[in-house]
Ligand binder design. Structure first.
Ligand SMILES: CC(C)(COP(=O)(O)OP(=O)(O)OC[C@H]1O[C@@H](n2cnc3c(N)ncnc32)[C@H](O)[C@@H]1OP(=O)(O)O)[C@@H](O)C(=O)NCCC(=O)NCCS
Length: 141
């Protein structure tokens, strides 16, 4: 089930975050997003498998973060979360979803490419230790 994240999900989300990123977001950042419609989780039998944060920046839908618990990767979890993000973006009349991904994060780039995203640019030194690849998904509107 995909649903909006609430405050009580945050410990599970922080666990996924810490297992997924070298520079994880803090629980404080996630708390600031609690109940925001673009902050979604996928839950199965009471277990949070993954999360995504879709925010609006300059009138474009922006995928700020997405992660799947390492135990549940390659099972379609992030694809399902992305589909949830696409529904949200379309409901709000956005014509594309944009994101930045670390140049070194080839796994995420493969994931986005396999889900229809295209590379549209790069931003040198976007991260303290890496460049960003900019990717976009055309929502066909
Ligand atoms: C990237 C990430 C979110 C993908 O989550 P996931 O739930 O495993 O993704 P899915 O199962 O929906 O994968 C869908 C497709 O993406 C591609 N893909 C996913 N992981 C991949 C990998 N490790 N290597 C190559 N392709 C991959 C495949 O085409 C896959 O389809 P397949 O399993 O049928 O081959 C997950 O690896 C993750 O949490 N990584 C750490 C956090 C991160 O980097 N987030 C992105 C920040 S920009």
């Amino acid at each position: 089930m995909i649903r909006v994240a609430t405050g009580s999900d945050i410990p599970s989300i922080v666990e996924i975050e810490n297992l997924s990123f070298d520079v994880p977001w803090s629980s404080r950042v996630f708390r600031s997003y609690a109940d925001y419609p673009g902050f979604i989780v996928i839950e199965s039998d009471g277990v949070i498998l993954g999360y995504a944060v879709l925010v609006v920046i300059k009138r474009a839908a922006h995928l700020a973060s997405i992660a799947t618990h390492p135990k549940y990767r390659r099972m379609g979890v992030a694809t399902a979360l992305l589909e949830g993000c696409v529904i949200l973006a379309k409901e709000n009349s956005y014509s594309l979803i944009r994101l930045e991904v670390r140049e070194k994060n080839k796994t995420a780039q493969e994931f986005y490419l396999s889900n229809g995203f295209e590379v549209t640019g790069s931003i040198p030194n976007y991260y303290p230790d890496d460049n960003a690849i900019v990717m976009e998904l055309d929502l066909g509107r």
